[in-house]
Design a protein around this ligand. Structure first.
Ligand SMILES: [Ca+2]
Length: 276
């Protein structure tokens, strides 16, 4: 009995249990886990996280902060040849502050009007000479200088008024005043101030001079100021204008000089008092 019991139990227990447990567990566990874990985790983690994070985060962060760039539509009025009817940046903002050429760039996106132009260096809009009256429109874009892809667009409209037809001021020198008034009326001009003075060359009521000068291009309704002759100048007045006040003061000055010269001629001695 002891021979069988002692011989079987230990033989089966000691022979099977250790053989299966020691043979399978270490082989599978040690062979698979390290191979997959060490091979994949570091490779994916180190390869992707820094590349995406460092490449995108700073770029997006700087672009989103000033994302409040705001180009606002403009409405200007002007006339042909106006060099400055307004500035498109006047109502545009960047981060809540007024946009300017130091913080944003300006460009024309589309323009349907050759008559108006936008200076990208200043933002100033001008109306080109010869532009007919009407409404003109263009689209412009502003972009943040530090983040060029951060942009906004707006429309600028310019109403160009009809260009006034200018009139050349006529030459009315020597003309009688009555004729000048009729001529000015015919040309759409009007009579301005009329000063009168004597003149030996221009007959009475004839125009001596005018302002604006003959040939000057002026708008309709412009006043023309005249100097009209009162006829020949009386003796002396035509030579030099001396009024009675000046004559009186001049006489006093001459008298004073005369007294002074008499005093000096006396050697500087005081004139003795007159004794009766
Ligand atoms: Ca604007």
């Amino acid at each position: 009995m002891p021979a069988e019991g002692e011989g079987e139990v230990p033989a089966e227990g000691e022979g099977e249990v250790p053989a299966e447990g020691e043979g399978e567990v270490p082989a599978e566990g040690e062979g698979e886990v390290p191979a997959e874990g060490e091979g994949e985790v570091p490779a994916e983690g180190e390869g992707e996280v820094p590349a995406e994070g460092e490449g995108e985060v700073p770029a997006e962060g700087e672009g989103e902060k000033p994302g409040v760039i705001d180009a606002v539509d403009d409405n200007f009025t002007g006339a042909s040849g106006n060099a400055n009817v307004g500035n498109v940046l006047s109502n545009d903002t960047l981060d809540g502050a007024a946009a300017n050429v130091n913080t944003v760039t300006i460009s024309v996106v589309a323009s349907k009007a050759a008559g108006i132009a936008l200076d990208s260096n200043t933002g100033i809009v001008r109306v080109n000479p010869g532009t007919a009256a009407g409404d003109y429109e263009m689209m412009y874009r502003i972009c943040e200088k530090s983040v060029p892809e951060n942009c906004d667009t707006a429309t600028v409209k310019v109403t160009v008024a009809a260009e006034p037809i200018l009139v050349a001021a006529p030459n009315v020198a020597g003309m009688p005043l009555a004729d000048v008034i009729r001529l000015l009326s015919t040309l759409g001009l009007r009579l301005g101030t009329v000063d009168r003075e004597c003149n030996d060359d221009v007959p009475e009521n004839g125009v001596i001079s005018q302002s604006p000068a003959a040939g000057t291009q002026v708008a309709p309704g412009t006043a023309v100021n005249l100097v009209v002759s009162t006829g020949n100048c009386p003796c002396c007045q035509g030579v030099s204008p001396i009024d009675p006040t000046n004559i009186f003061l001049g006489a006093l000055a001459v008298l004073a000089l005369l007294i002074a010269s008499l005093f000096l001629a006396g050697g500087g001695e005081a004139v003795p008092p007159i004794k009766l």
